[in-house]
Design a protein around this ligand. Structure first.
Ligand code: MG
Length: 333
């Protein structure tokens, strides 16, 4: 079995072989090995559910691959509501001609990332379609929200402090470099953020908002959060953490790190008195070493300031940031 053929999707012997050889080995767990029509699992209370489809190209890129990416994206979306991620399902759509060795690497990376993030893959599906060797993955994640936790996009309050958990634009720059065949050492930041979120919640930091910085980048995320709270957000350009190599790469191509996607970074908006503590916790957590305080949430002084995102620039000016215009980079995740 070197390439995926249509018969791998037939439901017959070839499908059985594919599942046994690739998926069962990697994901093996009690629930999955029952091979039932649906997984029955333990859980109670408030349930967080999220779903996402991953169509990134290339399938493997510096620092990660579509398998790690799909688990991180799903787990992070659960964490951003303060949920404890528990279960994941995955649907694979394989195009005819997909490289089986590569699929194996992707699935094993997915399994390793699931272990890292503390989630179990409890259900899965595979379909084969005509095509050109592509691999697409849909994942759904389920988590449980502890009592008293209420983290939501509209949760910002005047006086709150805006933090970001690390360098901006790494994933985007890694994908773009790879597609443009530019040689550099930029790595995708795709990572599960369990450790930093768990620390913040366990240490009772007053967290109002969490959002992972993905497609559209930091400016897009903060603009959405400003609009949904009806408050004014102010951030400082000089505080923005960007890896020097990503900064150079952006400069060369005329890109703005404020609008570049990540896959392992989050924004946290916390009560002012907890900001220092929150920064230390994120910095001491996995993947948070470059965390920074970026700015503040303020009550709008006038109606026109409602939902505005303002950047205090390096040279002392003020720039109003909006959602990106146009298409951006497709198939980044
Ligand atoms: Mg998200």
């Amino acid at each position: 079995m070197e390439r995926i053929r249509m018969e791998h999707g037939s439901g017959g012997r070839a499908t059985g072989e594919l599942i046994a050889e690739i998926f069962e080995q990697a994901f093996s767990n009690e629930v999955l090995s029952q091979m039932e029509d649906s997984a029955v699992v333990e859980g109670s209370g408030r349930i967080a559910i999220t779903t996402d489809s991953f169509v990134v190209t290339p399938l493997e890129f510096p620092g990660g691959d579509i398998g790690r990416l799909c688990i991180c994206g799903t787990v992070n979306d659960l964490l951003m509501r303060g949920a404890v991620p528990k279960y994941v399902t995955c649907g694979f759509i394989l195009e005819e001609g997909a490289d089986v060795a590569q699929l194996k690497r992707i699935v094993s990376s997915m399994a390793a990332t699931a272990r890292e993030a503390g989630v179990t893959v409890v259900a899965g599906d595979t379909k084969v379609v005509e095509g050109n060797g592509g691999i697409f993955i849909n994942t759904t994640g389920v988590g449980f929200v502890p009592e008293g936790v209420d983290i939501k996009a509209s949760g910002s309050r005047p006086g709150d402090v805006i933090l970001v958990s690390g360098n901006m634009g790494d994933h985007h720059a890694a994908i773009l470099s790879s597609r443009m065949e530019i040689t550099n050492s930029i790595q995708s930041d795709n990572a599960p953020l369990n450790d930093m979120v768990t620390k913040l919640l366990e240490q009772k930091v007053e967290v109002h908002v969490l959002r992972d910085v993905t497609r559209g980048g930091l400016a897009t995320v903060l603009k959405e959060l400003a609009v949904s709270s009806g408050l004014k957000f102010e951030i400082e350009e000089t505080k923005l953490p960007v890896h020097p190599q990503v900064r150079d790469f952006c400069g060369l191509l005329g890109l703005d790190p404020l609008y570049m996607g990540n896959e392992g970074k989050m924004v946290a908006i916390v009560a002012k008195e907890d900001a220092g503590r929150a920064l230390e916790m994120i910095r001491s957590a996995a993947y948070g070493e470059n965390a920074a305080i970026l700015g503040t949430v303020e009550a709008p002084a006038e109606e026109s300031e409602r939902g505005k995102l303002i950047l205090k620039t390096r040279i002392g000016g003020r720039r109003i940031l909006d959602e990106p215009q146009g298409e951006g980079l497709p198939r980044i995740c």
